[in-house]
Design a binder for this molecule. Structure first.
Ligand code: ADP
Ligand code: ADP
Length: 229
């Protein structure tokens, strides 16, 4: 994907905020990128723009060769459901649905027949180690387990890219590390990962870090091991 001279201005009454200001970023398929910066610098706006939950005020967003910057919400929704999985700090699971049902919901959007949905859900639950909790409700799980369900939901439809907004923000360090290892394993299989984090240790899982300040990209750094490769 490529963001070219991308700007996002929020207009509220008499206040105008440039949440993103002339941002230029390229992310290749299979990359693992961390986004860092102080509160209010535009990280969530950037992630939501990449995730097509928010549209730029100006500039281009090229996604697999298509400029989606001017697309309608309906067009964006089709691309989003097919290609992008989301993980949030607060897990965002549906309280009334079981683990298996929460994961399956992501496939109902894809019009996949019931039998195939069941197979895919079982496979992904095994993969993230939550199969023994298939019939439990989110409230009956620990935070670490809930985030595993969210990871399963994000990839069950073979999404090419995962966008993670502080995925370890509500987890203790052991569970946070577990989630990071899961993301790393998915990245090793070719899934693109773009993650907002405040944790330098977790940013180290990424091959590249993009630093934002006041809506600008102020620095990009590549992990040393990769530079010499
Ligand atoms: P971060 O995720 O780095 O904390 P955000 O992307 O949430 O930053 O916000 C960037 C800037 O845009 C902030 O100044 C914030 O107040 C402003 N902002 C974010 N969302 C809105 C909105 N819906 N309406 C008006 N201003 C917003
Ligand atoms: P619908 O068009 O059925 O309302 P969406 O387009 O909102 O569905 O959702 C498509 C995908 O994007 C889903 O995987 C959903 O989890 C995610 N998504 C969209 N908006 C949000 C949001 N505000 N918070 C969490 N996830 C969202």
């Amino acid at each position: 994907l490529k963001l070219h001279n991308l700007t996002r201005v929020y207009q509220t009454e008499d206040v105008e905020t440039s949440a993103l200001n002339n941002v230029n970023i390229e992310i290749a398929q299979g990359e693992f990128v961390a986004i860092m910066g102080p509160s209010g610098c535009g990280k969530s706006t950037l992630l939501n723009t990449i995730g097509m939950l928010d549209s730029p005020s100006s500039g281009d967003y090229i996604f697999y060769g298509e400029n989606v910057a001017g697309y309608s919400e309906k067009q964006l929704s089709v691309i989003r459901k097919k290609s992008i999985g989301f993980i949030f700090q607060n897990f965002n699971l549906i309280d009334e649905l079981t683990v298996a049902e929460n994961i399956e919901l992501a496939l109902i959007y894809h019009n996949i027949p019931a039998a195939e949905r069941k197979t895919k859900v079982e496979k992904v639950m095994d993969k993230v180690g939550i199969a023994h909790r298939a019939k439990h409700l989110p409230s009956q799980l620990s935070g670490g387990q809930q985030q595993r369900v969210a990871v399963a939901r994000a990839v069950v439809g073979d999404q090419k890219m995962i966008l993670a907004d502080e995925p370890t923000g509500n987890l203790d360090s052991a569970h946070g590390q577990e989630v990071m290892e899961m993301l790393q394993a998915l990245n090793d299989e070719g899934t693109t990962i773009v993650m907002v984090t405040h944790s330098p240790a977790h940013a180290d899982y990424a091959r590249r870090t993009i630093n934002l300040f006041d809506g600008h990209v102020v620095a990009q750094s590549v992990r040393a091991a990769e530079q010499t490769a």
